[in-house]
Design a protein around this ligand. Structure first.
Ligand code: ADP
Ligand code: MG
Length: 303
């Protein structure tokens, strides 16, 4: 079966628009006919609650989340449900958009995994490391549902979940605010990905497993920007020109609190714009432009 393109949405800062970008890129790609899977690795479950109501979640889906997938492995068992069984179709009608939901309990899973990584011998350490950090990749690879694209929404940290996402993905995309402190973290993130991949590969060689490559950085998505006369303002403009020498810069998304803030409560991502908010036309156009550039970057047809 054809393998999907797997993209992590990464940044270890919180509140930079990772979840918003994940939901909208996924919905955009799905609206262009692709079968898309979203993976919510953040225990805060913002992506999950952008699609499922709290009521539905508590009554139905809370027992079908990534917690139920990871938990058996924390106890050394391998009887986890498959991701095909756990995924929820969030648009049952015309759009093929699936979700692997999160759970607050992913926080405990992270702590349990750190415990499991301890070992008395180097060989055992290598084997544990590779088995814990390859779980998501192996499970995604053995899914029966034929997805074209998988988008992984990461928590704002560099924990065992994010490390699973890095091993699983071929590519990553980095949403960022355009201020000094936010962009400062990007080079650090880049360096951490590289050193983590190196560590993974050392353990892979030591335990006779296959090595991986760093996910390709598709580029940065400037989020929550303020424009003046159609261009970025002072500091943001300077940062943009510094970064565009080294990273691909995707089209920006302007700050639009009502447009982006309201969408999750409707269960419909802003880009599918089924409701109307004054001033949302420009924001909608920006999301569509970003969606089109993203599909081009991952080599999927735009419609
Ligand atoms: N372009 C934007 N303009 C205004 N508010 C935004 C924008 N993008 C996201 N937000 C809001 O900012 C908050 C943080 O965004 P979110 O996507 O959850 O970030 P992260 O996943 O990185 O923590 C959310 O309340 C979201 O609705
Ligand atoms: Mg988030």
């Amino acid at each position: 079966m054809k393998k999907p393109i797997i993209v992590s949405v990464l940044n270890y800062k919180g509140g930079v628009g990772k979840t918003t970008v994940t939901a909208n890129l996924a919905a955009y790609a799905a609206s262009k006919g692709h079968r898309v899977l979203m993976v919510d690795l953040d225990p805060q479950a913002s992506l999950t609650f952008s699609f499922l109501s709290v009521h539905e979640y508590v009554n139905v889906y809370m027992s079908k989340t990534l917690k139920q997938f990871f938990e058996p492995y924390t106890k050394g068992k391998s009887n986890a449900p498959s991701l095909d069984e756990l995924q929820v179709s969030v648009y049952p009608k015309d759009i093929k958009l699936d979700l692997l939901s999160s759970h607050l309990g992913l926080m405990d899973i992270d702590a349990e995994f750190i415990g499991r990584l301890m070992a008395n011998t180097q060989n055992l350490l290598a084997a544990n490391f590779i088995s814990v950090y390859s779980l998501l990749r192996d499970a995604l690879n053995s899914m029966q549902t034929p997805h074209d694209l998988v988008l992984i929404d990461c928590p704002p940290s560099f924990n065992t979940m994010v490390k699973n996402a890095i091993v699983a993905s071929n590519m990553c995309i980095i949403p960022t605010r355009m201020d000094f402190l936010s962009t400062f973290g990007i080079d650090q993130l880049n360096a951490r990905i590289a050193s983590y991949v190196e560590q993974y590969n050392d353990y892979a060689v030591a335990s006779a497993n296959s090595t991986i490559e760093s996910p390709e950085i598709l580029g940065l998505v400037p989020t929550m920007v303020t424009l003046y006369r159609g261009g970025l303002i002072n500091d943001a403009a300077e940062l943009q020109s510094a970064y565009e020498k080294r990273y691909h810069m995707f089209p920006w998304l302007q700050e639009r609190a009502t447009f982006y803030g309201k969408a999750p409560s409707t269960g419909i991502p802003a880009v599918l714009g089924k409701y109307y908010i004054p001033s949302s036309r420009t924001a909608l156009g920006e999301l569509e432009k970003l969606g089109a550039e993203f599909l081009k970057a991952v080599n999927l047809p735009n419609g």
